[in-house]
Every structure is written in C-alpha cells, then in structure tokens.
Design a protein around this ligand. Structure first.
Ligand SMILES: *Cc1c(COP(=O)(O)O)cnc(C)c1O
Ligand code: SF4
Length: 430
C-alpha cells in the first residue's frame, strides 16, 4: 500500500473515494467548517481498510473526521459565516479564539513539566513529571498519522508554534539523564515518534545507548502506527530498520515497550495490523495499549471487552483506559467519570483473565494520574473513591482520596471533595 495523506476534505483523491464521496454534501460541508478548528489527517489505509462507509455510526470515522457537534452552534456559525464571506482575517480570529478556549495545554505541560538543567536553563523538548519517566519529544516526530481532536497533542499540529514542544537533538536529553539517576524510562513521544525515518531514530537511540546510562532500564515509544500505518513495521522500505532499533535496545539488556493506541477493535482486525504486531513482538519488544473512552466509539462494555480480548489474543498488554481529557473536542467525546467506571467494570466482568492488567478510567491530570476506583460509602456518605497511580509528588502515589458523587463530572476539576472539605489533600501543595 502506498502512503497517501489527506488533510483537506476537498482533496480530489479523497473525493474520488467511493465511501467518502457517498457522504451527503451538507455533511461534508459541515466537516469542512469544523476542520478549520480541528485539523484532521487521515491516510489511504484508514480510508480504504479501516472505515466501513456503509455504517453511519462507524467508530473509526467518528474519531478520525471532524463532526459538527464538536463546536457549539455559535462557534460553528462564526466559522461558517467567515468562510462564506471569504473573510480570512475573521476566520483566523474565530479559529484562534475557539482553539484557545479549548484548553490547548492541559496538565501544566508548557510550564510545569519542563525540566531545567543544573544551571536552571529550561531544556526544550523534554518533560519530567513523574520521578521515573522522562518524555522526549524529538522534533522530527512531532506529527501524527492522525490528528485526533480529543488528544491534547492537537496544538502540536495547528501551526501555533508557541504551543509546540519539541527537541531538535538528543544531546540535552542525555545530559539530563546523566544528572538524573532516578530515571528508569525514556519515553519517545510526540506527535508520533515512529513517523520518523528509522535511520534518524536509530541515531538518537544509539546515542542514548552509547552513553551507558545504567539506570535506564526501558525505552518506550508512543505510537498510533500499528493501527494507522502498520506498513511502518512490515513493507515500508525502512520497516526492518525500525525493528532493528528495538533489537539494538534489547541487545543491551533493556526493555522496549511500544505504547500503542487503539480505540476500537476494528483497528486490530486488519491483516496488516496483525502482521505488524507479530513482527514487533518477534523482536522481543512488548506492546502495551491505551485508549481514551470516547462517546460513540468505545463507551460500551461489549466493545471494550472485545478490544481488550483481541489485544490479549494477539499478545498485547492492555494498559490504560483514559478519561477523555479536558481539551479539544471533550464536549463531543467525553463520558462522565462514574458512567465510564461502570462501563469499565462491566467490560472486565465480560472479559476476565489477562484483560485484568488494564487500569481505568484514569485521568492524566495536572497533579498526577488519577484512577477512578468507583463509588462507595464511607461513614454513611455516598462518595467517589479515587487513587493516585502516579503523582507529581511521588509521596502521593497510591494515595486514595474521596470526592462527592457526581453523575456529570468529566474531569477532576469538576469534582468536589467529599465530607464537606474545602480542598483535596493535594490542592495547596503544588
Ligand atoms: C502517563 C505519563 C507518563 C507515563 O506514565 P506510566 O504510568 O509510567 O505509563 C509519563 N509522563 C507523563 C507526563 C505522563 O502523563
Ligand atoms: S498522539 Fe495519538 S491520540 Fe494524539 S493525535 Fe497523535 S495519534 Fe491521535
């Protein structure tokens, strides 16, 4: 399969696709309006092999293409009328205003997580929030196979350079790791670091290995490529070069984890993806999977059970079920935390066995990774129990705390502390 990216809904090659051109014109017009705010990108594999165009509610289509309901009616009209008037200044202003209102950098990413060198200089392109894991954002990996509108990475794609996080080189990372012997994991992230050419990735990984940082035990790569461009691991001209990167790390006695993103079981069923998973696992690397719970995509116990069981069948390890973040199209995709917990629990009951490694629903929030343990009663009060899986302050890890019950809360900042407390225990500590 030849890679072809579609970034414009008026792209003749996309329009020539039978499934896409079969969509009603007004639906395509609406998508065009929304795509001014949420850029989208999709490729020939997704359009031709992953989407069932006869299914109005196709899950992959829902999370790949923009939808009218991602904007409020007023926002939609602003953008639409600017387009109809060919008023590009007004369009730019509306789009910028809407984007900035969608919390483009949740979780203190631009400020709070940026590490500093011994001389207090900020090191761009790194994030160090949790003691044991440093995130590395290589510049060449700051795009994705898709631009998911529920993902906090969308500012990386929309040409707002002040919102980008990236590193032009690997040297500062190595220097930082030398000083920080508490770190165990380096996580290549983006964007999608596997959009990088294998030889570029190889140079960076080799440099890390050559630095003989004995405290680094794992290198992880966050990616959507197993689903969206499985040829990256199979028939692309540098596919074997990529697998050699994994082998090179493993040969030094370290672990490689591919942190793969799958939202829906149909992404795992393509023969190309099966083969890609098989080839990655044959290197000795493990594949751990994550997904956010997305309304209309996987907000069902049966779908989640199928997603995770299929992963276990293919030897992947279900890892995180996230809550859709407080950013981007959360209004469209978000599922309330309590409902999400109920669906998660039911999915576990349906699957059992090795699916039990998946943790969720988890909020990757400013104070840390917060697991929704679920509703319970404490001293006669109905409460929602939560737990830090990871925290900005490592002393909070494992700590359980309680919020008042809420049927509607989508995120931690919509929860209030239980028992009439003013604040959560961590609120005034960071
Ligand atoms: C989720 C996350 C990690 C990795 O967390 P694990 O629980 O180890 O997978 C690291 N850094 C940041 C900022 C994160 O959000
Ligand atoms: S990082 Fe993953 S979820 Fe986010 S835009 Fe890229 S492919 Fe989508």
């Amino acid at each position: 399969m030849k890679f072809r990216a579609y970034r414009d809904l008026r792209d003749p090659a996309l329009l020539a696709h039978r499934g896409f051109s079969g969509l009603p014109q007004d639906l395509r017009d609406d998508m065009f309006v929304v795509s001014q705010v949420f850029p989208f990108q999709v490729n020939s594999h997704v359009v031709e092999n992953l989407i069932n165009w006869d299914d109005q509610a196709d899950a992959v289509r829902r999370f790949t293409f923009p939808s009218k309901e991602m904007l409020t009616a007023a926002e939609f009209e602003d953008v639409r009328s600017a387009l109809l008037r060919d008023d590009y200044d007004a369009l730019h202003q509306s789009v910028t205003r809407i984007r900035l209102s969608l919390n483009p950098h949740p979780g203190g990413q631009l400020t709070r997580n940026v590490p500093r060198s011994a001389t207090e200089q900020e090191i761009p392109g790194l994030q160090h929030k949790y003691q044991r894991t440093v995130l590395f954002f290589p510049r060449a990996g700051q795009t994705c196979h898709a631009y998911c509108s529920f993902c906090f990475r969308w500012p990386q794609f929309v040409g707002m350079p002040e919102l980008r996080i990236e590193s032009p080189e690997v040297g500062p990372l190595i220097g930082y790791l030398r000083e920080h012997t508490e770190v165990r994991d380096v996580l290549f992230t983006g964007g999608d670091p596997l959009v990088m050419r294998s030889n570029v990735l190889r140079q960076q990984v080799d440099a890390i290995l050559a630095a003989r940082l004995e405290h680094i035990q794992t290198i992880r790569f966050g990616t959507k490529a197993l689903s969206y461009w499985p040829y990256r691991f199979t028939t692309d001209d540098d596919a074997d070069g990529l697998l050699d990167v994994f082998r090179a790390v493993i040969a030094t006695g370290r672990h490689v984890a591919v942190m793969a993103h799958f939202n829906h079981p149909s992404e795992l069923r393509s023969p190309e993806t099966r083969e890609a998973i098989r080839r990655v696992r044959a290197t000795g690397a493990e594949i751990r999977t994550q997904t956010p719970m997305l309304r209309g995509v996987n907000d069902s116990a049966a779908v989640l059970a199928d997603l995770w069981s299929e992963q276990v069948r293919q030897g992947c390890i279900p890892y995180y079920l996230f809550a859709a973040r407080d950013t981007g199209a959360q209004r469209f995709f978000g599922v309330p935390l309590e409902e999400s917990h109920q669906i998660y629990s039911e999915a576990l009951r349906l699957s059992g066995g090795l699916v039990g490694t998946v943790r969720g629903p988890v909020m990757s929030a400013d104070p840390g990774k917060v697991l929704v343990l679920g509703p319970t009663q404490v001293r006669g009060e109905e409460v929602l129990a939560l737990q830090f899986l990871q925290a900005r302050n490592p002393l909070w890890t494992g700590q359980i705390f309680y919020a008042s019950r809420s049927k509607s809360a989508l995120w931690i900042d919509e929860l209030t502390p239980a028992f009439g407390a003013q604040d959560f225990f961590f609120s005034n500590q960071f």
